[in-house]
Design a protein around this ligand. Structure first.
Ligand code: NAP
Length: 247
């Protein structure tokens, strides 16, 4: 497999945190495969930016919540074609609402994409990395998976579940040379947090010792470290990147 290109697969790599992770890992020397679901023009822009900087990237429209499509993607695009060195499970959505009024569909959709989707990617990637006897898997969870948050029972449950998945997978896959870690962002300025009202943002800022919202670069730097040569002895960890909001 040594003549195959070294690939980092970033789910939801077309916008926000995922975009910055894709661009950062490309600058680290990885060929990037990124997924998106609804905005091909945004994904193509990331591919062009990476190519413009001398890197390699491809974008795939692939719904993380569609198990069959994810399995087909690995069979057709990854297995035997590239050396899959890094998987970043980043794609995620919110469907916020108070628990008593939360629609079943909003619960199901968030669990399906934010938790089951990560499991599906992790399972497929671990088969390939297991054969290679090396690999890094990094799951993007959230501070609210550690703390809970009113109005986000579905999202917090998925993100807390992702921490459990990270630790279990780290134990199962260590013997095959695969590390599995999570990065838990605090409140980061992206389209996802743009939806929050000024009042909510102000309340958040009051709880952040470093007194500012985070940037997607802060998360990408943590991912780059966990994917890089200095992190080979780190597995099963949750790295909080949250300005001190949760310690
Ligand atoms: P974002 O700006 O909303 O971007 C989400 C990305 O995921 C987009 O590229 C989107 O693609 C993709 N995506 C959404 N649903 C998908 C699906 N079903 N299949 C494949 N791709 C899908 O989100 P973000 O703020 O960058 O968040 C990225 C990750 O960090 C998420 O897991 C989020 O939960 C986590 N996080 C964010 C914050 C924060 O403050 N922003 C805090 C903690 C954790 P399209 O554009 O094609 O829809």
């Amino acid at each position: 497999m040594s003549d195959l290109s070294k690939v980092a697969l970033v789910t939801g790599g077309s916008r926000g945190i995922g975009r910055t992770i894709a661009e950062t890992l490309a600058a680290d020397g990885f060929e990037i495969c990124l997924t998106y679901v609804s905005r091909p023009e945004a994904a193509e822009e990331v591919v062009k930016t990476i190519q413009g900087a001398g890197g390699k990237a491809r974008a795939f429209q692939l719904d993380s919540g569609d198990r069959a499509a994810v399995a087909t993607f690995f069979k057709e695009e990854i297995k035997g074609k590239v050396s899959l060195d890094v998987l970043v499970n980043n794609a995620g959505i919110t469907r916020d609402g108070l628990m008593m009024r939360m629609k079943d569909d909003d619960w199901d959709k968030v669990i399906s994409i934010n938790l089951t989707g990560c499991f599906t990617f992790l399972k497929e990637a671990s088969k390939i990395m297991g054969r290679q006897r090396s690999g890094r898997i990094i799951n993007i969870t959230s501070i609210v998976g550690q703390m809970g948050n009113a109005g986000q029972a579905n999202y917090c449950s998925a993100k807390a579940g992702l921490i459990g998945l990270t630790k279990s997978a780290a134990r199962e896959l260590a013997g095959r040379g695969i590390t599995v870690n999570a990065v838990a962002p605090g409140f980061i300025e992206t389209d996802m947090t743009d939806e929050l009202s000024e009042k909510v943002v102000e309340a958040m800022l009051a709880q952040i010792p470093l007194k500012s919202l985070g940037q997607s670069e802060d998360i990408a730097a943590a991912v780059s470290f966990l994917a890089g040569p200095g992190a080979g002895y780190i597995t099963g960890q949750v790295l909080g990147v949250n300005g001190g909001m949760y310690m």
